[in-house]
Structure formats: C-alpha cells, structure tokens
Design a protein around this ligand. Structure first.
Ligand SMILES: [Zn+2]
Length: 79
C-alpha cells in the first residue's frame, strides 16, 4: 500500500477543503507524450467525496518523488 494511504492521510480538496477522498487507479494511453515523462501510462485519481473534484497523478513520478522524500529524511509537509 504505502503511498496510497499517505495520499489519503494528507489529502485536502483544493476546492472545498474537504479531507475525504477516494483513490482510483487508471491506465491511460499516452501515444503523444514526450519521452521525458515516464510513459508508463499509469495514473491515479484522487476524488473528493464531498464535491467530486479530482486530482490526477502520474504514478511513476509520484512514487519516485516519494523515494526522494524518504532519502532527504526530515522534510514534513503537515498542515
Ligand atoms: Zn471537494
């Protein structure tokens, strides 16, 4: 699990400030994406259960960022 739980823990809707969200994993075709992106085509959506606002993350990039955060230890982003 890991990062999904982390996202839901820290999730706050940008529109309504609600803190309840659900994650859905999706795979999207990315035929014209430039190579600088990871190009796995895997994303996850975090949808606010109060207003329906949805954020879209590139899974590969997000997971990579998580690893960096772990290595640089004490950077916490708690509200
Ligand atoms: Zn919302």
């Amino acid at each position: 699990m890991g990062f999904e739980e982390r996202i839901l823990e820290t999730f706050q809707c940008q529109k309504c400030r609600g803190k309840a969200g659900v994650i859905q994993k999706v795979a999207l075709p990315t035929p014209s994406f430039p190579k600088l992106f990871s190009n796995t085509g895997k994303y996850f959506l975090v949808t606010c259960t109060l207003c329906g606002y949805t954020e879209l993350y590139d899974m590969a990039i997000y997971v990579k960022g998580e690893e960096k955060v772990k290595k640089s230890s004490s950077l916490t982003q708690e509200a």
